[in-house]
Design a protein around this ligand. Structure first.
Ligand SMILES: COc1ccc(C(=O)Nc2ccccc2)cc1NC(=O)CCSc1ncnc(N)c1Br
Length: 275
């Protein structure tokens, strides 16, 4: 789909179009590569800010990891370049933008739609976990929607994201953090990929209810997460309720595995293969 890239300025071999992200920290632009007219999203990061935020190491590690990922439900990082002041990430462009906008507009998703998204996210997580990568940051704000409605896990580099208006919590939301990252029982609070299963439960809840299960004041949220203290509205089907309850379990080892999520009746019912 040809996207109008009204040329505002150019950066390297790219013509820069409209801003895609908002907020002073989130400089993401629609761009077209000059030679082949290749459409992409460019994320511009200022070295000064990265140094202040001491995140240049995290960014380097992330670019290293993300450059080797290839999955239909993970936003592609094609590469990067830098000039004196900036580092520019060359990212896959998704024409339908951020999933959280769709969720806010529709208030909540139907169960079939939520189940379809769940399967796609589980498939991306399985791919990451097989490579020993824990995403840790799965929330509607970090999921993008492609042209044909398929979704892409992205990593907005939370540390450079302004405390977004979308969540009124300081420096990223607590809503998606699992108990073991809130109340570290084991010294050095070691956690494993089960944190992504907890976050998947929070995500399914938010898809179906329209708000996160532990949304509250920061203090109350941490208390409720630590006890998995949520109430599931009665309009959710029994299967959906069952899946959420089996993911939002305090003990990480007792949470469902990705295989069990994909084989859960709620998912199977709504996502018969090939539909
Ligand atoms: C693989 O995707 C990333 C990988 C890495 C980082 C990142 O900044 N890491 C990072 C930055 C600083 C410090 C530490 C980590 C960010 C992303 N992703 C993004 O920034 C998403 C940009 S928004 C957007 N993108 C495409 N199409 C649209 N319609 C939109 Br809206």
């Amino acid at each position: 789909i040809e996207q109008p890239v009204a040329k505002i300025f150019h950066l390297g071999m790219f013509d820069i179009g409209k801003p895609l992200g908002k907020g002073e920290f989130c400089r993401v632009y629609l761009a077209r590569e000059r030679e082949q007219g290749f459409i992409c999203a460019l994320r511009v990061l200022y070295k000064k800010e990265l140094l202040q935020g001491r995140v240049e190491k995290q960014l380097r590690r992330e670019i290293e990891i993300q450059s080797n990922l290839r999955h239909p439900n993970i936003l592609n990082l094609y590469g990067y370049f830098h000039d004196k002041k900036r580092i520019i990430l060359i990212l896959e462009f998704t024409s339908q933008g951020e999933l959280y906008k769709h969720l806010r507009r529709e208030n909540r998703f139907s169960e079939p739609k939520a189940a379809k998204y769940t399967v796609l996210i589980a498939s991306a997580l399985r791919y990451l976990h097989r490579k020993n990568i824990i995403h840790r940051d799965i929330k509607p704000e970090d999921i993008l929607v492609g042209t044909y409605g398929n979704i892409k896990l992205s990593d907005f580099g939370w540390s450079v994201h302004a405390p977004s208006k979308r969540r009124t919590t300081y420096c990223g939301t607590l809503d998606y953090l699992p108990p073991e990252m809130i109340v570290p029982r084991t010294p050095g609070n070691s956690y494993d990929e089960k944190v992504d299963l907890w976050a998947s439960g929070v995500l399914i809840y938010e898809f179906l209810v329209g708000e996160a299960p532990f949304e509250d004041t920061p203090l109350a949220t941490t208390r409720r997460i630590a006890r998995a203290d949520m109430n599931i509205p009665s309009f959710l089907s029994a299967d959906a309720t069952d899946l959420i309850k089996k993911l939002l379990v305090v003990d990480p080892q007792k949470r469902l595995s990705l295989d069990e999520v994909e084989q859960h009746p709620w998912v199977v019912k709504h996502c018969r293969k090939g539909e």
